[in-house]
Ligand binder design. Sequence first.
Ligand SMILES: [Zn+2]
Length: 437
Amino acid sequence: MKIHAIGGYNQVGKNMTAVEVDDGIVLIDMGYDMEEVIENDKEIEELSTKETIETGAIPDDSKIHDKKEKVKAIVIGHGHLDHVGAVPKLAGSYDCPIIASPFTMSVIKRKVDNDRKGLDNELVEMEPGESYQASEGIAIEFVNITHSIPGAVMPVVHTDEGTMVYGLDNRLDDDPVLGDTPDYERLRELGEEGVEVFIGDSTRVDEPGRCMSESIVSTELVHTLDQAYEDDRGVFITTFSSHIERLTSILEANDGRRKVALIGRSLKEYTNSAEDLGMIDLDDVEVVSYWDETNELLEKISKEKEEWLVICTGHQGESGAALTRIAKGDYPIEIEEGDNVIFSSSVIPSPLNRASRYRLDKMIKREGGRVISEVHVSGHAKREDCRDLLMMLDPENFIPSHGTTEMLASHVTLAREEGYTLNEDLFLLENGNTIEF
Ligand SMILES: [Zn+2]
């Protein structure tokens, strides 16, 4: 079995891995690098595949090109853009199906529509617990896992040269607000059956302890809104648009006390998909994204601010997002003295994001608004979660991924504590590397 590290081994972003055995190749994830995309002058949709690879925004899959016919399936583990964003650019060169859970597939379809070039690949929707026979000797299985987006699975590639488990991304949540707990029973069973290679999520491995459950945030959100509503002031809240579980918690914390507005394009897109799949109920929520309708609704809200909860895009201080534009005064509503602006998110740690959030906080505070940050838990496994996974799966070989050099090194230290030895059964890969087991 060969593992080709294509993207995501030098950074958090543009994840892509290829598993190659005699019988064929399986490609897992095709993501883009958010930072590189933001820094580009042009929208990613306007660039060709070759141009996008050259800017560093998507994985360079040229290594696989001369064995294209061997590729039997493209598997996407979940719908975050660093795992799915490059599908419109890359999937079309492979004559094989794309396999994903229903929610992830809804994200793929929308991305492909936005790109306007279309894709001919067959789309296969698969639920956790199900398997797909990609070729005579290759079967793909989805194991249920928890993360910060619905429909996240841990893809498992069963081959006659061994089993590979792909652990990007996940956290271990025993009390999720939406969906089921991780399928620990199956993970342990896989460990007993024998795992040749496990690729693990290193994003938060250097943070001690275990990741808190989403249910803790939902309780915290109730307190946060209780306090915010006491003053009869404006309340704005922002979170990750794809975090349907969090949006559900926000609606539950509000519990009909205020009218709810959902503002911003990505919020509208993700919640539409979630509503179609019966994951969220938006019957009593006003959802707007176009300029005119947003203007109209915000003008109405500005006259009865104390009656509304405004959920909007812009948790990273992105320049075009709703919250930033509200703070800048682009819309007929103002952030005023005593208004609460709640961030149910954390700053994705990069200089660019930190600077944008700093600017946004400053604008809000200048108007007298109160900034309430970090009503949030991360979607990534912390150190002891990572250890649990490694112990459950007990792989013959372990490859840390999804991180900067520091994050990967921290995962190496943890694996060494569990008895692994660097370059014997524990490997650090860089984008472009191949390793054979
Ligand atoms: Zn993710």
